[in-house]
Design a binder for this molecule. Structure first.
Ligand code: PGA
Length: 319
């Protein structure tokens, strides 16, 4: 193994993570023959196959799984070393692998924009996935930091709340309920409802809310993204409950009304999280510090609200 190069390990790590030689070659800007050659050399060094192909899919062998774990340790040590050195030089540089839940993508890029302006030498890799997939990544320690709704008790993680995430009931701006006050939950259950896909945190919170009130929603369709749901609302297919953050960019367009429904908004929050015991890199710690002030950094965004005409990004503790 002493003759294996860091490059070979990088190639191996990318294939194992992306489960594809082609995608790994693309990510690393290498040709496929180069990738295959690097893996052949590495396999010869190890003396055991690292991958096996079943049908069109590739899987890690037991030796491959061991090496994958080892790679993570090696790369983490390297990036910590690089950052420690740049810290000594007075620079903040390195890589931040950030994974955020689908709905957090509405504000994360803005936060990152401000962060990257402050630390131009930090490269950020952003992964977006729904709650179920994100928690899976957290359990498998695949990224540096996670932005997610409340982490369940059965996952051993450090989690800290940093921003409010109210769920509101949205309808098309010209919906007959748009100007009504204190709409009952019962009345909402008569409307065709558009729901997020299984595995979504928004869906989980809505289901918990309505089952707590012993009410059953009339779900007309399930869609896998907030944007698709918003299109369906504007298209008159029904109403939905989504994070108020999903309205950020549509704010000036006034296509939506936030209905004044009893018990709403559902009071959710955003947490940053990482597996317990994880040694955070200097960059991750810098970002975490920055997130702690995030609610101060996000500006209020106006949009049409049925009662107030205004839709601020709710700050933690005031949601
Ligand atoms: P989601 O999660 O984007 O998977 O719906 C959001 C949340 O947990 O509030």
């Amino acid at each position: 193994m002493r003759h294996s190069t860091i490059r070979q390990l990088e190639v191996f790590e990318a294939i194992a993570r992306l489960k594809s030689f082609t995608r790994a070659a693309e990510e690393l800007c290498l040709t496929q023959p180069t990738v295959s050659m690097q893996i052949k050399k590495l396999t010869d060094e190890v003396g055991l196959p690292l991958f096996e192909q079943i049908g069109k899919k590739i899987y890690l062998t037991d030796a491959g799984k061991e090496l994958y774990q080892t790679c993570h340790g090696i790369f983490e040590h390297f990036s910590r070393f690089e950052m420690a050195v740049s810290d000594m030089k007075g620079l903040k540089s390195g890589k931040l692998r950030l994974a955020v839940v689908t709905t957090a993508k509405y504000f994360t890029p803005r936060l990152l924009g401000m962060f990257c302006r402050k630390y131009p030498n930090i490269d950020v890799m952003l992964k977006v996935a729904n709650r179920e997939h994100l928690l899976e990544r957290l359990v498998n320690n695949q990224d540096d930091l996670y932005i997610v709704g409340q982490v369940p008790d059965n996952i051993d993680a450090v989690a800290e709340v940093f921003l409010g995430n109210p769920l509101v009931v949205l309808a098309a701006a010209d919906h007959p309920l748009a100007d009504e006050k204190q709409i009952s939950i019962d009345r909402i259950c008569q409307e065709p409802f558009i729901m997020r896909e299984p595995g979504s945190g928004t869906r989980m919170a809505i289901k918990q809310f309505f089952s707590r009130h012993k009410q059953i929603l009339k779900v007309r369709m399930e869609l896998g993204s907030n944007e698709a749901i918003k299109q369906a609302i504007v298209g008159g297919l029904g109403i939905a409950a989504l994070s108020r953050h999903t309205l950020t960019l549509d704010a000036p367009m006034g296509q939506f009304a936030i209905l004044d429904v009893q018990g709403f908004p559902i009071d959710r929050h955003w947490y940053f999280a990482y597996p317990s015991g994880k040694q955070l890199s200097i960059v991750a710690r810098t970002f975490l510090e920055y997130l702690r002030n995030a609610s101060e950094l996000l500006e209020d965004i106006p949009c049409r609200h049925a009662t107030t005409g205004y839709c601020p990004l709710i700050k933690c503790g005031t949601a």
